[in-house]
Design a binder for this molecule. Structure first.
Ligand SMILES: Nc1nc2c(ncn2[C@@H]2O[C@H](COP(=O)(O)OP(=O)(O)OP(=O)(O)O)[C@@H](O)[C@H]2O)c(=O)[nH]1
Length: 789
């Protein structure tokens, strides 16, 4: 199975759930079928038992009914005998007594339609009609001969004590079935005299309705169908009322149970309760012979039998089974619900477990693949014990091409790890093991070390080691993954040699010379002059950048005043030359002319390094600065000269206009200076000039610019000062000069003029206004200040 197919749980799950559903449905069908069969058997048995019981009750009831009739019949034959009807010629009194006795009997027993005594010739001698509860003795003149009726002929031939039972039929009067229907059963018994001469018969017309009612009363609650048939299978009672007594009506269809259910009828042969089964249901039946007298002689009626049939129709069975099953369904449903839930839960779990197993298989496969990769690859796996000599439990077989020893030589204990480590590296490995013991790392990388192969070669080894600890945290085993890095080491050594060579060459260069990585600004090479200049001869660490080395700051050079040669070369890919202000190892400023040249990669497209050489031009720069200063300074007073003043004033005016700020200009001239020269000499005059500058310089701001305009005239530029301030400053200076005691000369004065820059002024216009203000001060008596706003 591929990992992909293993990772499609949804399809499998759906498939499994469908299978479960199918299985549950199948199981439900089976259980339903089994349960139904069981219920059917139970219901059928119950109905059968009920039917059998009912049949027994019916049999009992009918037997009881008939037994009573028999008993009545025998009682009446006794009455006839006792009342003298067995005489050859019964007297009228005998007939009258018997009639009264029969009438009394009829009044008491209402089940008989007629109670009669027929003499041996078949003549009715006593007849009592029931007359609906009001028995009447039929007068002699209305008595008839019944000599040819079947019941007489059948009975008179019977032995004494025997009972004739007629077929159960409807009463017929004058050849027509009497309506309403009057089911009738005739029972008769011969009456003999003491010499056993037959003197007649007693006959009872038993009203069969009583018997039928008893039958109906008992079967009322029976859920199936009930039939009462005569011996020929004709319907006496039937669920279909139209079928009842149809054999008595020649115009009705002459069918009976025997025709309707021939199969069942054929099986109702023996007496006693039996049952038969057809597609119409189960039939429980009983052929019941009408009982004879106590003498057990057979009656005169061969067909005088009842057939009782109880039918349990299929529809009744189905209904009752359905009712029973209806009670089972909720339980069954609950069972399947729980079963389904359990199965689904188990399926989910199983699927989850299967997926986990597949993932584990997959992982194992990956591990195995990786292991194959390891074993087939250059990495040798060593599992060794942290014991004396470092014995090896397992070493992968690819050790052989690496070291020339077989894995078996190690695993048999013939060789151990310590025996192949180059002796000079044993200490390193021991220290690394001890370090691993004290810290909690689970793996570490060793510094490269050397193993000695079987042929004595020394191989450089790169080693990643995992540690295995016992419960106390002590390292018990190591897993080492080692590979041969000798070729790499050789290349590294070669590179180092060439690096040394380059270093030596670079060291011969007198100027500090650096090779700088263009991306990181780190120094890849710094010659000894650079180390000497910037680090006092100390070695330079690998993280050192060019700007930290020479500028002592953490950010690279930038901008117009401090251009970075690396930046320039990045843009132009051409050599660049800039002048930088560096600091040596003592913090002294060095002006260096930095010449930078790009070094390209193999493609010649990309600049990867630059080589910089720093020519120390501090001396030139300082000289230049001195010259510049000399050119701007008045030699006598050491303040700016007129040329510098002119430049300064132009710049200040430009700046003030840009900033829209105030700019004041003060001009002062020492009064009657000529006289000082003349009186004290030119040198004294010079010193007066110097002293006056000193007095002024002490009182102006650093930002104010004092310059000698010429002779004994001076200018003061006062940026960011408004008119009031300028006037105050000028006046203060005037007073200070006037109050100062000049050596050899004593007191002198100076005249001041001042003005402010106007928006449309240039330097010339401003100077002119100030000059005019000073002229006014001179003209108006000197030692004064004139402000021309
Ligand atoms: N000692 C000395 N004198 C100088 C220097 N430069 C100019 N002088 C003299 O300064 C004098 C200036 O004289 P004037 O221009 O007449 O002005 P003043 O005598 O101060 O008269 P007022 O300005 O009108 O008060 C000249 O005699 C110059 O020779 C200098 O550097 N040193």
């Amino acid at each position: 199975m591929t990992p992909n197919s293993a990772m499609q749980p949804n399809h499998r799950l759906t498939h499994h759930l469908l299978l479960i559903l199918l299985g549950l449905m199948l199981l439900a069908s089976l259980i339903h079928w089994g349960l139904r069969a069981q219920v059917q058997e139970r219901v059928e048995q119950k109905l059968y038992d009920q039917s059998v019981t009912l049949l027994r009750q019916l049999n009992q009831q009918l037997q009881t009914d008939l037994k009573e009739v028999r008993s009545d019949l025998l009682y009446l034959t006794d009455q006839a005998r006792q009342n003298g009807l067995t005489q050859p010629q019964p007297s009228d009194q005998a007939i009258a007594r018997t009639s009264i006795a029969f009438k009394a009997f009829s009044k008491y027993k209402r089940r008989y339609d007629q109670v009669r005594f027929l003499d041996a010739e078949g003549m009715e001698r006593v007849r009592v009609n029931a007359n609906q509860g009001q028995p009447t003795i039929v007068p002699t003149d209305q008595l008839q001969s019944k000599a040819h009726r079947y019941y007489f002929t059948e009975t008179i031939g019977l032995p004494s004590g025997a009972i004739y039972t007629s077929p159960f039929d409807l009463n017929v009067e004058h050849g027509e079935v009497e309506l309403p229907l009057k089911p009738m059963l005739r029972l008769a018994s011969p009456v003999s005299d003491a010499q056993s001469n037959k003197r007649g018969i007693v006959i009872l017309n038993y009203l069969g309705r009583h018997l039928l009612n008893d039958f109906l009363a008992l079967t009322r609650d029976y859920p199936g169908r009930t039939y009462l048939l005569n011996s020929e299978g004709r319907y006496l009672l039937s669920p279909n009322k139209l079928q009842e007594w149809n054999f008595m009506f020649p115009d009705s269809p002459q069918v009976g149970f025997a025709q309707d259910h021939p199969l069942i009828w054929s099986q109702i042969t023996q007496r006693g309760i039996a049952s038969s089964r057809t597609a119409e249901g189960r039939f429980v039946h009983l052929r019941m012979r009408l009982p004879n007298s106590q003498s057990s002689l057979s009656s005169g009626c061969q067909n005088c039998e009842f057939v009782l049939i109880l039918q349990i129709p299929e529809s009744l069975l189905e209904t009752q089974i359905d009712q029973e099953m209806a009670h089972q369904y909720p339980l069954l449903g609950l069972f399947f619900l729980i079963l389904g839930a359990v199965l689904i839960f188990l399926t989910f779990n199983r699927e989850k477990r299967r997926l986990s197993e597949l993932q584990i298989q997959h992982l194992n496969q990956e591990i195995a693949d990786e292991r194959d990769l390891f074993i087939g690859g250059p990495t040798v796996v060593i599992h060794w014990r942290n014991e004396f000599g470092w014995p090896i439990d397992y070493i992968s077989s690819n050790v052989e091409p690496l070291l020339g020893y077989t894995a078996e030589e190690f695993q048999s204990g013939e060789l151990s790890l310590s025996s192949i480590v180059a002796p000079s590296y044993l200490q390193q490995l021991i220290q690394e093991n001890e370090a691993a013991q004290t810290d909690s790392r689970s793996w570490f990388e060793r510094k490269p070390y050397q193993l000695v192969s079987a042929d004595g070669r020394r191989l450089w080894i790169q080693d990643t080691t995992s540690v295995i600890r016992d419960s106390a945290g002590h390292i018990t085993h190591f897993y080492a993954y080692i590979s041969d890095i000798s070729p790499l080491k050789q290349a590294e050594e070669k590179l180092q040699r060439s690096h040394h060579y380059i270093q030596n060459v670079v060291d011969t260069i007198a100027d500090p010379t650096l090779v700088i990585n263009i991306d990181t600004y780190r120094l890849e090479i710094a010659n000894s002059a650079a180390r000497q200049t910037y680090c006092g001869g100390a070695s330079i660490d690998a993280e050192m950048t060019c700007h930290r080395l020479s500028h002592k700051r953490e950010v690279p050079c930038s901008g117009e005043h401090d251009p970075c040669p690396i930046e320039l070369i990045r843009k132009t890919k051409a050599p660049a030359r800039v002048i930088h202000k560096h600091f040596d190892s003592h913090g002294k400023v060095i002006y260096a002319e930095v010449s930078a040249t790009p070094i390209f990669d193999d493609t010649g497209e990309r600049v990867v390094q630059i080589i910089e050489s720093h020519r120390d031009i501090t001396h030139h720069v300082e000289m230049e600065q001195q010259l510049t200063q000399l050119a701007a300074t008045d030699r006598l007073t050491q303040v700016f000269n007129r040329m510098k003043f002119d430049d300064e004033l132009v710049e200040q005016i430009e700046w003030a206009k840009q900033q829209q700020s105030a700019l004041g200009l003060i001009m002062f001239d020492i009064d009657h200076f000529k006289r000082i020269n003349d009186n004290h000499g030119h040198d004294v005059g010079d010193r007066v000039l110097q002293e006056a500058v000193a007095v002024v310089q002490k009182r102006i701001r650093k930002s104010d610019v004092l310059a000698r305009w010429g002779g004994e005239e001076f200018m003061i530029i006062t940026p960011l000062a408004d008119l009031a301030v300028v006037e105050t400053v000028a006046e203060d200076l005037r007073k200070a000069i006037a109050q100062h005691q000049f050596p050899q000369v004593g007191r002198i004065t100076a005249s001041f003029g001042a003005s402010m820059l106007h928006p449309d002024d240039d330097a010339r216009a401003l100077i002119k206004r100030v000059d005019q203000a000073l002229y006014r001060s001179k003209r108006e008596g000197r030692n004064r200040t004139t402000v021309s706003p």
